[in-house]
Ligand binder design. Sequence first.
Ligand code: NDP
Length: 253
Amino acid sequence: MDLFDAKGVTGMLTGKVAIVSGGSRGIGRAIVLELARNGADIVFNYLSNRDKAESLCVEARSLGKKCMAYEVDITEYEKVKTMVDETYAEYGRVDIVVNNAGITRDGALATMPLENWSQVINTNLTGAFNLSRAVIIPMMKQRAGTIINISSISGVYGNARQTNYSAAKAGLIGFTKSLAKEVASYGIRVNAIAPGFIETDMTGDLQEAMIKAIPAKRTGKAEEVAALVSFLCSDSGKYMIGDVIEISGGLVI
Ligand code: NDP
């Protein structure tokens, strides 16, 4: 059987609906395109980058998939809930949730303003709570679904000048494992991905010396993270529950 149609869309996720937070750029953008290419209809949100969001929707639709983009701050529960309600009204279901929206506000704890702590926790950790909370009841009723949380190796191993970010990303791992245990019996699989250095706007100022420390001798590509997401969403990943998959080019061996 030919898995690809004329547009290069595989049938692996046909009939599925995915919500991706922080889809406009970087890893989120690659995830949106990967899921669309595999047949899923898409909803994503972003903070402010409307031009990039619109161009992404055009690209996803050119793959023959539906796509809606919401300028919704992931830290605002009521707005996230409205986005989810509208997704159910329009598409009738949600099968895949990727909690990807994230920011960094790096700096030593000794001088870190409370605001930098709060912004990072609210976006990276509470954001994942907000979207997951908004979908979990209908997903439980559906008795099927998958939630993927984009954590970080900083959340597994720690990183100097990232106490806020590491705390949020480690929190996301605890959230993943607890929710996985809570909803596995409803047919919902919850997993996390912990990337190393991936080439996006977030890592734009990465030093040459840091790249040399990566055994792969290069940064990762957003598409390489997106490929893991689609594996976790697919039937091939159906024995993955509460797992944390690292993808770091060997950085944390
Ligand atoms: P980018 O900075 O390239 O993109 C961040 C995305 O999140 C954008 O789409 C942005 O929207 C969106 N976003 C940020 N804040 C909010 C908010 N409050 N509400 C809604 N959307 C928001 O980041 P990356 O692609 O590099 O990172 C994606 C995820 O992967 C993050 O969770 C990050 O922590 C994680 N990660 C990244 C690594 C890396 O090396 N790049 C390594 C490990 C983990 P807009 O375009 O409107 O600003």
